[in-house]
Design a protein around this ligand. Structure first.
Ligand SMILES: [Fe+2]
Length: 255
Protein backbone atom coordinates (compact mmCIF):
# COMPACT_ATOMS: atom_id res chain seq x y z
CA UNK A 1 0.00 0.00 0.00
CA UNK A 2 1.36 3.41 -0.99
CA UNK A 3 1.46 6.60 1.04
CA UNK A 4 -1.95 7.93 1.91
CA UNK A 5 -3.86 5.02 0.51
CA UNK A 6 -6.36 4.53 3.26
CA UNK A 7 -8.76 6.87 4.99
CA UNK A 8 -10.16 6.63 8.50
CA UNK A 9 -13.36 8.65 8.70
CA UNK A 10 -14.26 10.10 12.10
CA UNK A 11 -16.96 12.63 12.89
CA UNK A 12 -18.76 14.47 15.66
CA UNK A 13 -16.40 13.73 18.54
CA UNK A 14 -18.05 16.41 20.75
CA UNK A 15 -15.11 16.61 23.14
CA UNK A 16 -16.42 18.18 26.36
CA UNK A 17 -19.79 16.41 26.31
CA UNK A 18 -20.05 13.73 29.04
CA UNK A 19 -17.38 11.05 28.35
CA UNK A 20 -16.75 12.06 24.70
CA UNK A 21 -13.29 13.43 25.63
CA UNK A 22 -12.06 10.14 27.15
CA UNK A 23 -13.62 8.19 24.27
CA UNK A 24 -11.82 10.44 21.77
CA UNK A 25 -8.55 9.82 23.64
CA UNK A 26 -9.16 6.04 23.41
CA UNK A 27 -9.84 6.31 19.66
CA UNK A 28 -6.60 8.26 19.15
CA UNK A 29 -4.61 5.77 21.28
CA UNK A 30 -6.02 2.79 19.39
CA UNK A 31 -5.48 4.30 15.95
CA UNK A 32 -1.83 4.93 16.85
CA UNK A 33 -1.55 1.37 18.19
CA UNK A 34 -3.16 -0.39 15.23
CA UNK A 35 -2.63 1.68 12.07
CA UNK A 36 0.43 2.63 10.04
CA UNK A 37 0.68 6.42 9.78
CA UNK A 38 2.39 6.50 6.38
CA UNK A 39 -0.60 4.72 4.80
CA UNK A 40 -3.35 6.50 6.64
CA UNK A 41 -5.15 9.79 6.33
CA UNK A 42 -7.63 10.64 9.05
CA UNK A 43 -10.58 12.81 8.07
CA UNK A 44 -12.69 14.34 10.82
CA UNK A 45 -15.90 15.83 9.47
CA UNK A 46 -16.50 18.41 12.17
CA UNK A 47 -17.94 18.87 15.65
CA UNK A 48 -14.61 18.15 17.30
CA UNK A 49 -15.80 19.96 20.42
CA UNK A 50 -19.09 20.33 22.24
CA UNK A 51 -18.75 24.09 22.49
CA UNK A 52 -16.06 26.27 20.99
CA UNK A 53 -16.81 28.86 23.69
CA UNK A 54 -15.04 26.57 26.18
CA UNK A 55 -11.24 26.79 25.94
CA UNK A 56 -10.79 23.42 27.72
CA UNK A 57 -12.79 21.68 25.01
CA UNK A 58 -10.68 23.34 22.30
CA UNK A 59 -7.37 22.57 24.05
CA UNK A 60 -8.28 18.91 24.65
CA UNK A 61 -9.26 18.50 20.97
CA UNK A 62 -6.09 20.24 19.84
CA UNK A 63 -3.90 17.99 22.02
CA UNK A 64 -5.48 14.87 20.53
CA UNK A 65 -5.08 16.12 16.95
CA UNK A 66 -1.46 17.02 17.71
CA UNK A 67 -0.87 13.54 19.16
CA UNK A 68 -2.04 12.00 15.88
CA UNK A 69 0.05 14.43 13.83
CA UNK A 70 3.15 13.81 15.95
CA UNK A 71 2.66 10.07 15.40
CA UNK A 72 2.93 10.79 11.66
CA UNK A 73 -0.73 10.72 10.59
CA UNK A 74 -2.09 13.29 8.18
CA UNK A 75 -5.28 14.69 9.72
CA UNK A 76 -7.73 16.67 7.59
CA UNK A 77 -10.52 18.50 9.37
CA UNK A 78 -13.49 20.64 8.45
CA UNK A 79 -15.52 22.62 10.97
CA UNK A 80 -18.90 21.60 12.36
CA UNK A 81 -21.44 24.01 13.82
CA UNK A 82 -20.17 23.21 17.35
CA UNK A 83 -16.62 24.22 16.32
CA UNK A 84 -17.76 27.79 15.57
CA UNK A 85 -19.75 28.29 18.78
CA UNK A 86 -22.23 26.33 20.85
CA UNK A 87 -23.83 24.50 17.95
CA UNK A 88 -26.70 26.98 17.75
CA UNK A 89 -25.05 30.31 18.50
CA UNK A 90 -22.01 30.99 16.31
CA UNK A 91 -19.19 33.45 16.65
CA UNK A 92 -17.41 35.00 13.65
CA UNK A 93 -14.30 35.50 15.79
CA UNK A 94 -14.11 31.80 16.68
CA UNK A 95 -14.75 30.90 13.05
CA UNK A 96 -11.69 32.96 12.06
CA UNK A 97 -9.58 31.11 14.64
CA UNK A 98 -10.55 27.61 13.46
CA UNK A 99 -8.20 27.37 10.47
CA UNK A 100 -5.32 28.82 12.43
CA UNK A 101 -5.83 26.52 15.42
CA UNK A 102 -6.77 23.20 13.86
CA UNK A 103 -5.52 23.44 10.29
CA UNK A 104 -2.38 25.48 10.95
CA UNK A 105 -3.19 27.62 7.93
CA UNK A 106 -4.83 30.89 7.06
CA UNK A 107 -5.99 29.52 3.71
CA UNK A 108 -9.73 29.71 3.23
CA UNK A 109 -12.03 26.81 2.34
CA UNK A 110 -12.18 24.93 0.05
CA UNK A 111 -8.90 23.50 1.32
CA UNK A 112 -7.14 21.31 -1.23
CA UNK A 113 -4.54 18.68 -0.33
CA UNK A 114 -3.08 16.35 -2.94
CA UNK A 115 -1.57 13.16 -1.45
CA UNK A 116 -0.16 10.60 -3.89
CA UNK A 117 -2.85 10.12 -6.53
CA UNK A 118 -5.65 11.38 -4.30
CA UNK A 119 -7.05 14.88 -4.00
CA UNK A 120 -8.64 15.83 -0.69
CA UNK A 121 -11.02 18.80 -0.77
CA UNK A 122 -12.45 20.18 2.46
CA UNK A 123 -15.52 22.44 2.51
CA UNK A 124 -16.80 24.71 5.27
CA UNK A 125 -20.55 24.14 5.48
CA UNK A 126 -20.89 26.79 8.22
CA UNK A 127 -19.61 29.52 5.91
CA UNK A 128 -23.01 31.04 5.13
CA UNK A 129 -24.47 30.25 8.56
CA UNK A 130 -22.92 33.10 10.45
CA UNK A 131 -25.73 35.65 10.10
CA UNK A 132 -27.93 36.47 13.09
CA UNK A 133 -30.95 34.86 11.38
CA UNK A 134 -29.09 31.57 10.89
CA UNK A 135 -28.65 31.08 14.60
CA UNK A 136 -31.67 28.96 15.30
CA UNK A 137 -31.16 26.14 12.85
CA UNK A 138 -28.26 23.85 12.18
CA UNK A 139 -28.72 22.82 8.57
CA UNK A 140 -25.56 24.34 7.06
CA UNK A 141 -24.84 26.35 3.91
CA UNK A 142 -21.71 26.29 1.77
CA UNK A 143 -22.33 29.39 -0.35
CA UNK A 144 -21.45 30.45 -3.89
CA UNK A 145 -17.90 31.60 -3.15
CA UNK A 146 -16.81 28.06 -2.23
CA UNK A 147 -18.90 26.51 -5.00
CA UNK A 148 -17.15 28.61 -7.65
CA UNK A 149 -13.76 27.50 -6.35
CA UNK A 150 -14.91 23.87 -6.10
CA UNK A 151 -15.99 23.96 -9.76
CA UNK A 152 -12.56 25.30 -10.75
CA UNK A 153 -10.77 22.60 -8.75
CA UNK A 154 -12.82 19.80 -10.31
CA UNK A 155 -12.25 21.23 -13.81
CA UNK A 156 -8.49 21.58 -13.30
CA UNK A 157 -6.71 19.30 -15.79
CA UNK A 158 -3.84 18.84 -13.37
CA UNK A 159 -6.18 16.87 -11.11
CA UNK A 160 -8.00 15.04 -13.91
CA UNK A 161 -6.93 11.46 -13.15
CA UNK A 162 -6.81 11.75 -9.39
CA UNK A 163 -9.18 10.09 -6.93
CA UNK A 164 -11.27 12.93 -5.53
CA UNK A 165 -12.44 13.01 -1.94
CA UNK A 166 -14.69 15.83 -0.70
CA UNK A 167 -15.49 16.25 2.99
CA UNK A 168 -17.82 18.60 4.85
CA UNK A 169 -19.78 18.62 8.09
CA UNK A 170 -23.45 19.06 7.24
CA UNK A 171 -25.62 16.31 5.84
CA UNK A 172 -26.45 16.76 2.13
CA UNK A 173 -29.12 14.04 1.85
CA UNK A 174 -30.80 13.95 5.27
CA UNK A 175 -34.55 13.55 5.64
CA UNK A 176 -34.62 15.19 9.08
CA UNK A 177 -36.24 18.68 8.93
CA UNK A 178 -33.70 21.53 9.32
CA UNK A 179 -30.83 19.03 9.31
CA UNK A 180 -30.11 18.99 5.59
CA UNK A 181 -27.56 21.26 3.97
CA UNK A 182 -29.48 24.29 2.61
CA UNK A 183 -27.62 24.36 -0.71
CA UNK A 184 -27.52 20.57 -1.19
CA UNK A 185 -28.86 20.87 -4.74
CA UNK A 186 -25.96 23.11 -5.81
CA UNK A 187 -23.48 20.73 -4.23
CA UNK A 188 -25.10 17.82 -6.06
CA UNK A 189 -24.95 19.66 -9.39
CA UNK A 190 -21.20 20.25 -8.98
CA UNK A 191 -20.01 16.91 -7.58
CA UNK A 192 -22.40 14.46 -9.26
CA UNK A 193 -20.36 11.86 -11.22
CA UNK A 194 -17.24 14.01 -10.70
CA UNK A 195 -15.87 12.81 -7.37
CA UNK A 196 -15.20 9.38 -5.87
CA UNK A 197 -15.89 9.87 -2.17
CA UNK A 198 -18.11 12.26 -0.18
CA UNK A 199 -17.81 12.24 3.62
CA UNK A 200 -19.91 14.14 6.15
CA UNK A 201 -21.47 13.92 9.61
CA UNK A 202 -23.76 16.18 11.66
CA UNK A 203 -26.84 14.03 12.24
CA UNK A 204 -25.17 11.29 14.36
CA UNK A 205 -26.87 8.58 12.33
CA UNK A 206 -24.06 6.94 10.40
CA UNK A 207 -25.85 5.78 7.25
CA UNK A 208 -24.21 4.87 3.93
CA UNK A 209 -25.43 6.36 0.66
CA UNK A 210 -22.91 4.71 -1.67
CA UNK A 211 -23.53 5.17 -5.41
CA UNK A 212 -26.02 8.02 -4.79
CA UNK A 213 -25.22 11.08 -6.97
CA UNK A 214 -22.93 8.80 -9.04
CA UNK A 215 -20.40 8.80 -6.17
CA UNK A 216 -18.83 5.44 -5.25
CA UNK A 217 -18.60 6.09 -1.52
CA UNK A 218 -20.91 8.47 0.32
CA UNK A 219 -20.83 8.16 4.11
CA UNK A 220 -22.38 9.82 7.13
CA UNK A 221 -19.80 9.26 9.86
CA UNK A 222 -22.36 9.32 12.69
CA UNK A 223 -20.80 10.27 16.02
CA UNK A 224 -17.49 8.45 16.57
CA UNK A 225 -17.83 8.89 20.34
CA UNK A 226 -21.49 7.91 20.37
CA UNK A 227 -23.00 11.24 21.44
CA UNK A 228 -26.73 10.60 21.54
CA UNK A 229 -26.31 7.52 19.40
CA UNK A 230 -28.90 5.22 20.95
CA UNK A 231 -29.54 1.74 19.60
CA UNK A 232 -27.36 2.39 16.55
CA UNK A 233 -23.85 1.14 15.82
CA UNK A 234 -20.94 3.55 16.08
CA UNK A 235 -19.18 3.67 12.74
CA UNK A 236 -15.42 4.03 12.47
CA UNK A 237 -14.87 3.32 8.82
CA UNK A 238 -11.61 2.60 7.07
CA UNK A 239 -11.62 3.09 3.30
CA UNK A 240 -9.00 1.45 1.10
CA UNK A 241 -8.39 3.83 -1.81
CA UNK A 242 -6.83 1.13 -4.00
CA UNK A 243 -10.14 -0.75 -4.37
CA UNK A 244 -12.72 1.45 -2.59
CA UNK A 245 -13.52 -1.25 -0.03
CA UNK A 246 -14.90 -0.15 3.33
CA UNK A 247 -14.02 -1.84 6.59
CA UNK A 248 -16.04 -1.29 9.78
CA UNK A 249 -13.70 -0.72 12.74
CA UNK A 250 -14.14 -0.02 16.43
CA UNK A 251 -11.24 2.08 17.69
CA UNK A 252 -12.92 2.44 21.08
CA UNK A 253 -12.21 -1.17 21.99
CA UNK A 254 -8.86 -2.33 20.65
CA UNK A 255 -6.68 -3.95 23.30
FE1 LIG B 1 -22.56 16.78 16.01
Amino acid sequence: MKKGQQIIHLSDLHIGYKDCGSKSAAIVRNIIKSEEPEKTIIIITGDLVETAFNKNHINTALNLINTLRKAGFLVFICPGNHDYGSGFVNSKEIAKMFNKTFLLTETQFPIVNPVGNSLFIGLDSNAEELHWYDRFFADGEIGDAQFEKLKEILANKEYKDMTKIVYLHHHPVSRIPFHKLKDHNKLKEIVKNKIDILLFGHNHIGNSYNEKWGIKIMLDGGSSTGKRVLFKPIHHRKIDLSNFSIQEKNYLNIN
